[in-house]
Structure formats: structure tokens, C-alpha cells
Design a protein. Structure first.
Length: 202
């Protein structure tokens, strides 16, 4: 007889209490705590060199472009919450424009993301495209989503239409390709995004 472990539901308040005392980061998804930097299904620890290089490259472009314009980029140490309380996450990069809005008096959780970037890995790609994206969309300030693959040149930008629906707005799959991020007025070159990665650029 095969025993199936029951999922233990944790309240958002309990997650936040545990997370603020923890020595490592975890995300909260629909009542479940998911440790970061470890894929428990595949027992993979840490992010790949390419994942980290791409995140740094893209964040660097954002930092230069946004400086002095009233918008700020944050890397994966910044926790974000959407109004449903079903998701507390650490996006690879999040951009906020205007004053930061916080979940509570601790001022350590942003609630007004405008642009979110996730660097896809084989173990997380389907989730970032699917359930996580669906939860992010509950945020009224969230208008643009960049997904960028860590193993091959592939970037997609999903954008929220004025009427409220989401659509694929820009994509690139070649070293000389570009994508348009209209929320911050930036054209991102793939050669820059993938610079110094291993086994991706020819």
C-alpha cells in the first residue's frame, strides 16, 4: 500500500512569522511553503550559473535605464505579495514605479509590482508560465511579464491590455533579437541579456 503525504495548509500569517525568522527563503503558494533554491521534486539545489548571469545582466540594464526616472528594480531578495494572499514570492526581478507600497508595517513586502521578470529553468519553467503567472495577475498594478530561458535564447513578454486581458506582445529567439518592455520604455537586446552565459550564445 502506497502512503501519500497530506499537504499541510499554512496560513499567510504563519508563513510570514516563519519566513521572517528563517535563515533561508521560501515562497508561499496557496497555503503551501516552498523552499527556494531547491527543487524538492528533482533534488536540485541552487540556481544555475546561466540563471544568475542572465538575472544580473537584465537587472544591470534596468538599473542604468531607470535611474532618476521614478522607477526601481529589485532583485530576487525582494518579497512580493498579491492581494489574494495566495502568493508571497521572490521574483528574479521586479520593477516598481512611484512610491513603494507595502504589505504591512514591516515594510519588507512590496504589493505594487509593475514589471516582473522570471528566468526560466527546466524545473520551474512550467510553473512560472502557468500557476505563478495566474496568481501574479491578481495584482492590479502588474502590467508586464518577461520570461527568459536560461538554457537557450528565448524571451517572451506578456502584456496587459487596457481592457484587462493578457497577450504575447514581444518575443525573440536569436542573438541579434530584441524585445520591447513598454512599461519602462526599454528595448532589451538578447546579446546583452545572455552575455557571458555558457553554451547559449554561439
Amino acid at each position: 500500500m502506497v502512503m501519500v503525504a497530506q499537504k499541510v495548509y499554512v496560513t499567510p500569517d504563519e508563513y510570514l512569522r516563519l519566513e521572517r525568522e528563517a535563515d533561508f527563503k521560501s515562497e508561499y503558494i496557496d497555503g503551501e511553503i516552498i523552499p527556494l533554491n531547491q527543487d524538492t521534486r528533482n533534488n536540485i539545489a541552487g540556481g544555475s550559473v546561466n540563471h544568475n548571469r542572465i538575472e544580473d545582466n537584465v537587472y544591470g540594464e534596468f538599473y542604468i535605464h531607470l535611474r532618476g526616472k521614478g522607477c526601481r528594480g529589485f532583485t530576487s531578495d525582494q518579497r512580493v505579495n498579491v492581494p489574494t494572499n495566495s502568493l508571497y514570492s521572490y521574483p528574479d526581478i521586479v520593477v516598481v514605479c512611484g512610491p513603494n507600497q507595502y504589505h504591512d508595517d514591516h515594510r519588507d513586502i512590496l504589493t505594487n509590482p509593475m514589471l516582473i521578470v522570471e528566468v526560466l529553468s527546466p524545473s520551474t519553467g512550467a510553473f512560472d508560465r502557468g500557476e505563478k503567472f495566474a496568481l501574479y495577475r491578481h495584482s492590479p498594478t502588474f502590467t508586464e511579464y518577461l520570461l527568459i530561458d536560461s538554457e537557450k535564447i528565448r524571451a517572451e513578454v506578456f502584456r496587459k491590455h487596457a481592457e484587462g486581458f493578457w497577450f504575447l506582445a514581444s518575443e525573440a529567439d536569436q542573438p541579434d533579437g530584441t524585445i520591447e518592455l513598454t512599461s519602462i520604455g526599454l528595448t532589451l537586446n538578447m546579446a546583452v541579456a545572455y552575455a557571458e552565459t555558457e553554451g547559449v550564445l554561439a
